[in-house]
Design a protein around this ligand. Structure first.
Ligand SMILES: [Zn+2]
Length: 268
């Protein structure tokens, strides 16, 4: 039942969570409200909509998460020097994941980004320079998201249809801009804390400990220890009967609305 903890708790954790792209920064908006989702009732309703979605829809890969045990692994802050290695491994395991890319890195790793798309992974927008979006002006938020859409479009020929605010730092205003740009906001309900652990064994243990049906796990492919942890993570999840899927496969074929936050109501 941990998934149903009101989003207020999630917001608190999100705002105190740092991420490797600027680990030295202290969240500037630790006390900022999260008006869209601060109302537990609203969060429950939204969550119910998501989790009670049609159980009939299989994904394009043929994995039907209504029938089998799925888990979504999501990789933020890349592409980077270890991403290609991760793509090799995912190919070996015939596994698709979701990458949330930082726009300013895409040009340097355009080939890797193209391959990511070609291999069938899901690509999301993680802003251009990884700022705290709630501390920016509206036009700066639009610029962060828009430039990243453009960079990914240049590399892959397609624009992302998802975004993840850095640090999970969002509010009603950022949500409205995401909505205006047609992008649902994807958070997570299991954090590997890999940027803190920086140890292959510890990351492996942490992620396997978080494994639970339909969880969205936060990881970072910019850390070599994380990529090194992946063979054992994938092998163990497979043994336990999990299907590792891109995050939208958890939705069983239903669509998130632009600006909507998913997953709602949980943290770990
Ligand atoms: Zn990040």
């Amino acid at each position: 039942m941990r998934r149903w903890i009101p989003i207020v708790i999630a917001a608190t954790v999100a705002l105190t969570t740092t991420s490797p792209a600027s680990a030295s920064l202290t969240p500037a908006n630790a006390t900022a409200a999260w008006p869209t989702s601060a109302n537990p009732m609203a969060a429950s309703v939204a969550s119910a909509n998501v989790t009670m979605a049609s159980s009939a829809g299989a994904t394009s890969r043929g994995v039907n998460c209504a029938r089998v045990k799925c888990i979504a692994l999501t990789f933020d802050d890349g592409p980077g020097p270890y991403t290609a290695k991760l793509l090799d491994l995912l190919r070996e395991h015939r596994t698709k994941v979701t990458f949330f890319l930082v726009g300013q890195r895409v040009g340097k790793y355009a080939k890797t980004t193209r391959r990511m798309a070609r291999d069938g992974h899901e690509i999301g927008n993680h802003t251009y320079t990884h700022p705290h979006l709630t501390s920016l002006l509206d036009d700066q938020v639009r610029d962060q998201i828009g430039r990243t859409q453009d960079a990914i479009h240049r590399a892959t020929g397609k624009e992302p249809r998802l975004m993840r605010p850095p640090y999970g730092d969002t509010d009603e205003r950022v949500g409205a801009i995401a909505a205006e740009m047609g992008l649902p906001q994807i958070l997570w309900n299991g954090s590997s804390r890999d940027w803190e652990l920086r140890n292959t064994g510890a990351v492996t243990k942490k992620v396997l400990g978080l494994a639970k049906r339909d969880r969205v796990i936060l990881m970072h492919d910019i850390w070599p220890e994380t990529v090194k942890a992946m063979p054992k993570i994938l092998t163990t999840l497979e043994k336990k009967g999990y299907h590792v899927v891109p995050v939208t496969s958890l939705l069983r074929g239903t669509q998130l609305t632009a600006g909507e936050i998913y997953p709602v109501g949980g943290w770990n």
